[in-house]
Structure formats: structure tokens, C-alpha cells
Ligand binder design. Structure first.
Ligand code: GLN
Length: 299
């Protein structure tokens, strides 16, 4: 029956898909139709085109079993990206593990903002991604800037292992290094572009996030401290060299942050107070001020 996720192996692939869509809609899952499709393609290991051409074929024993299992996990509240163990970002595949956040479409605004920077140099660009997680920001940018080199920093070794794989499968492994560390601590060289999608949810409101986020994304990737702004303060301080007199950013470099939907003004102020001469904001597709770029670092 639909609720148990039980799939009849004699059903066609299209019937099985309709069955899954109905079960998800009955369970009140938003985006149930697209989730069902993702799961079916995943368990069969086929592309959307292949599915369109083979919808009348029976789903088979293996397919029925695997789809049934995947449906049960989805019905139990696991996000589809976790069940797949991979997700798409910037049109590229990224594998995930328990230590990495599922890449969000909003975060593509960070990549957009970086690509819009004036970054012509007479040498290869150097990028630094703080809290790289799955590596989605850094890997996407290295894919766009074919001459650039990048360092991804994360305090989780498990996340770094994931980011390294993602760099390799997306063909930028030779231009990326992944380093364990707490923010900027161990890094010497100045970088042209420093990027970060740091944890930015105020600790007190973590408990109000959806179950899918609260129970399936790593808390360390979300918790931004008492007011949600701690990581920004810390990064801005270190990037401008306030801690050891060696700025992480070249004088003409830029710091590109993802921010929470109501944090842009605060982060602009943090940058101004630290001596950044310029700050700008970029909106995500939903119209939220999603990215703050700081430039003109203090000398
Ligand atoms: N940089 C990664 C991403 O954007 C991880 C961010 C995080 O864990 N806060 O998905």
C-alpha cells in the first residue's frame, strides 16, 4: 500500500512513480512530485530522458525494493538530498556526508557575486573558502575560473574528505587544497577572494527550524552563536589582519559572505566598523538580500 512504500514489481516505472507521488502527497510532503522523481531516477540509476523513454517497462524486483526503501526514508522525514547522498549545485554534482550541509540554491548567489567581481590579475587568482563543507562554493568557482587556485578550510575532517572528492569528481582537484582549521588560524598567504557561507542562525532559533534541517543538517554548520553574527565578526577581524597583523586578503581583494535573510545591514556594519571602505549587497532569486561583499580592506 501507498503508506508503507510497498511497490509491486510488476508495476511499470510510470505507475510506480505515480504511486510514490500519491503517497508523498497523502503524507503532506511539499515538492512530493519532484522528490518522487528524484528517488525513482536514483534507485534505477537512469537519467530523466531514459525514464521518459522507458516508462512502460516494469520497475522490477530490485527497483521496487529500492524505491520502497527510499520512500520509507522520505516518509520518515529524511530530505531527498540525504537519501540520494548527493545534490546538484551550480549545475554540478556534489556528494554529501553527515558533516556537510546540503547545498542550497540561495548559496549560488555567492558564486554569482564572486563572478561579478573585478578579478583580473597578472597571475592566477587565489581563493579561500572558509567553512567549505561539501566544497560547493570553491569547486564551482574553480570550475568557472580555470586558472585559479583555491583553499577550502573546515574544522571537520569528515567534511574535508567530502570536499576533496567533490573537487576531484568535478575536475578541479589539482587546483584545490583542503585544510583543517578553525577559520583563518593557520593560513599565511593573502588571497584575492575570500568566500564564506558561515553558520548564521541565532542559537535560540535553531529549535524553530524545520525538522528536515534540524535533524538532518549538521548543527555546527548552522549555529551562528547568540545573535547569529559571531562567525562574521570573527572572520572580518581575521581577514583584515586584526589578530596577527597579516591580512588574509590582498589590498584589492574582496570578502564575499552569504548572510541570513535579515542580516545584510548588520554584516555591512561589521565590515564598516572593521575599516572596509566598500560594501555591497546582492539578492537571491527570492528577493532576499543574500550576499554581502566587502572590499577596500583597512591597510
Ligand atoms: N560552504 C558550504 C555551503 O555553502 C557549507 C556552509 C556551512 O556549512 N555553513 O554549503
Amino acid at each position: 500500500d501507498a503508506v508503507s512504500g510497498g511497490i509491486d514489481p510488476r508495476q511499470s516505472r510510470s505507475q510506480a512513480l505515480r504511486h510514490a507521488v500519491a503517497a508523498f502527497s497523502q503524507a503532506g510532503i511539499d515538492a512530493g512530485a519532484s522528490d518522487a522523481r528524484f528517488l525513482l531516477l536514483h534507485v534505477l540509476g537512469i537519467t530523466p530522458t531514459e525514464l521518459a523513454l522507458s516508462g512502460a517497462e516494469p520497475i522490477g524486483e530490485q527497483g521496487a525494493l529500492r524505491l520502497g526503501e527510499a520512500m520509507l526514508r522520505r516518509l520518515a522525514g529524511e530530505p531527498v538530498a540525504r537519501i540520494l547522498g548527493e545534490w546538484e549545485f551550480w549545475g554540478l554534482p556534489f556528494i554529501l556526508n553527515a558533516a556537510t550541509l546540503v547545498p542550497r540554491p540561495d548559496t549560488e548567489t555567492v558564486v554569482d557575486a564572486a563572478l561579478a567581481l573585478h578579478t583580473t590579475r597578472d597571475r592566477p587568482l587565489r581563493l579561500l573558502d572558509l567553512g567549505t563543507g561539501s566544497g560547493c562554493i570553491l569547486v564551482s568557482l574553480l570550475g568557472e575560473w580555470k586558472q585559479a587556485f583555491g583553499v577550502g578550510l573546515d574544522r571537520s575532517h569528515e567534511a574535508l574528505a567530502c570536499a576533496r572528492t567533490n573537487a576531484r569528481i568535478n575536475g578541479v582537484g589539482r587546483r584545490a587544497a583542503f585544510v583543517a582549521g578553525d577559520w583563518c588560524s593557520a593560513l599565511g598567504k593573502p588571497f584575492d577572494v575570500v568566500l564564506s557561507n558561515p553558520p548564521y542562525i541565532a542559537s535560540a532559533i535553531i529549535s524553530t527550524l524545520s525538522r528536515e534541517v534540524r535533524c538532518h543538517d549538521p548543527l555546527g554548520a548552522l549555529d551562528g552563536g547568540e545573535d547569529g553574527l559571531e562567525a562574521y565578526r570573527r572572520i572580518v577581524r581575521e581577514v583584515s589582519g586584526a589578530t596577527d597583523g597579516r591580512p588574509l586578503l590582498t589590498p584589492d581583494g574582496a570578502l564575499v559572505f552569504e548572510v541570513g535573510h535579515d542580516q545584510a545591514e548588520d554584516v555591512l556594519r561589521i565590515g564598516r566598523e572593521a575599516g572596509f571602505a566598500r560594501g555591497s549587497v546582492r539578492q537571491d532569486l527570492a528577493g532576499h538580500a543574500r550576499v554581502v561583499t566587502l572590499a577596500g580592506r583597512p591597510p
